[in-house]
Ligand binder design. Structure first.
Ligand code: SF4
Length: 170
């Protein structure tokens, strides 16, 4: 969804957003219930995920990927990769199974003082910490609305606002 501002090749080479330190576990991918059901059992990808049901006002049984048990050291800088990341090929999931959250990263929809805002995760190595004009234009010209619509139907993707995440106003 961000291919106009973020090339597939730079994402493929980076994979930053597919690996998680302990302090980033709040960002592990969120999957809709039907995909949780599919990926929790033997499936076409040959990889079974472990999920925890997320708090969701709609009680939808959406799931967050559980990676906590995969750390091997006590080093807070240790990163564990998403279960569905292949070191050579990148994300192994087909578009229909890939979490919406992953498709819009580094954008996030967040609740700031009761209002929904689109914010930029400031740690993406390719996009940087400040929204560039092209990114702002993309959000204002349709992508922001698309994210808002999805979040209304899938409120579990809405995160609490965090300081330091620049807001892109629609
Ligand atoms: S689901 Fe795919 S895109 Fe999302 S974090 Fe895992 S490997 Fe990366």
């Amino acid at each position: 969804m961000l291919s106009k501002v973020l090339s597939k090749s730079s994402c493929a080479a980076c994979k930053f957003c597919c690996s998680f330190r302990r302090q980033s576990l709040w960002e592990t991918p969120l999957f809709p219930p039907e995909v949780v059901e599919k990926l929790s059992l033997p499936n076409e990808y040959g990889v079974v995920g472990m999920f925890r049901t997320v708090d969701d006002p709609q009680k939808s049984c959406a799931g967050r990927l559980v990676l906590e048990n995969n750390y091997r050291t006590a080093d807070p800088e240790e990163e564990v990769a998403c279960t569905f990341l292949d070191p050579e090929r990148g994300c192994i999931l087909k578009p229909e199974d890939k979490p919406f959250d992953c498709s819009i990263w580094p954008l996030r929809i967040m609740n700031k003082d009761g209002e929904l805002v689109i914010a930029l995760t400031p740690t993406c190595p390719s996009i940087g910490a400040t929204p560039r004009p092209e990114l702002i234009e993309l959000v204002k010209n349709g992508l922001g609305e698309k994210i808002l619509e999805y979040a209304k139907a899938h409120p579990y993707i809405i995160k609490e606002y965090r300081e330091g995440f620049p807001i892109i106003y629609l």
